[in-house]
Design a protein around this ligand. Sequence first.
Ligand code: UVW
Length: 323
Amino acid sequence: MPDTNLRAEIPASELLKNDPKNWGRWGADDEVGSLNFLTPAEALRGAAAIKSGKTFTLQVAMGHPGGDPLWPGRAQPVHVNVMDKGHYMCGKGVNMVGHAEYADDMLIMYLQGSTQYDALGHVWCDDQLYNGYDARTTAGKMTKASVYPIAQKGIVGRGILIDMARHRNKAVLDKAETFNHEDLMAAAAAQGTRIEKHDILLIRTGWIGSFYTTDRAEFYKNFCEPGLTYSPELVKWFHEMEIPNLVTDTIANEVTADPVSGVVLPLHNALMRNLGVTFTEIAALDALAEDCAADGQWTFLYTAAPLKVMGGTGAPVNPVVVK
Ligand code: UVW
């Protein structure tokens, strides 16, 4: 378990107090934040990055026999067949005229329990969500900044993959290993590409891939994922680059605990709550990264739409990339 209960010396709001915010930028009722940067022109810029038509899907398997990668404390999904051949064999199947039979099932899971989009209101501090919405609007069911408006809009634009693990000559970044925007730009340059304004930013650390090959106790021991680390300069960079969407192959898109302040998940507040950058977590990026390294093409069309869960704090998604 990460030490999420550890009382940091500095509250998140104090740490971030001088950082930019996009609140009000797209109106008092906005619920999709930086996705507003994804205009039709950005969809065309993404389409212009298509060269071969090769397609990749970025969701991890749901209900993997070895378990699914989850934030500590969240329970594994429960997948139950409520109708199958067994029901017919013991006379409990639903009989239909013409004798067609069927299988049915249900899945009980955390909405953040697979590759998923976070709602902009998913994490907050100081009793205020993205755009200044009152945190009490989360009670019972989110009535502001839920995942539903994100699902309604959909995400289409130019994606760029930065393979931080490859850049550091590692299969997987270490626990608690950090990087910043300058590292991202250096990795992009080493890949022979450049991060452009309004790019959908995909970052590979190798972490989620390692979940399936690492002993579970070892994976969760002293839990601290590798990832981006907070600094005012990093937030300024995201603000100026107008990044609409951050996609990573980690459970929470950033180093779990900020190594300087000890604050847990400060970028959820700095980027998601304050700037409205949408977060896509637990993405499967290994196959895409292999292909990008092989053909030298690190940019592509990225498309995604989470499930339309009304009032959801997040929702599963299977993004599609076309190279
Ligand atoms: C938490 O909610 C703690 O993290 P995530 O954004 O990964 O779901």
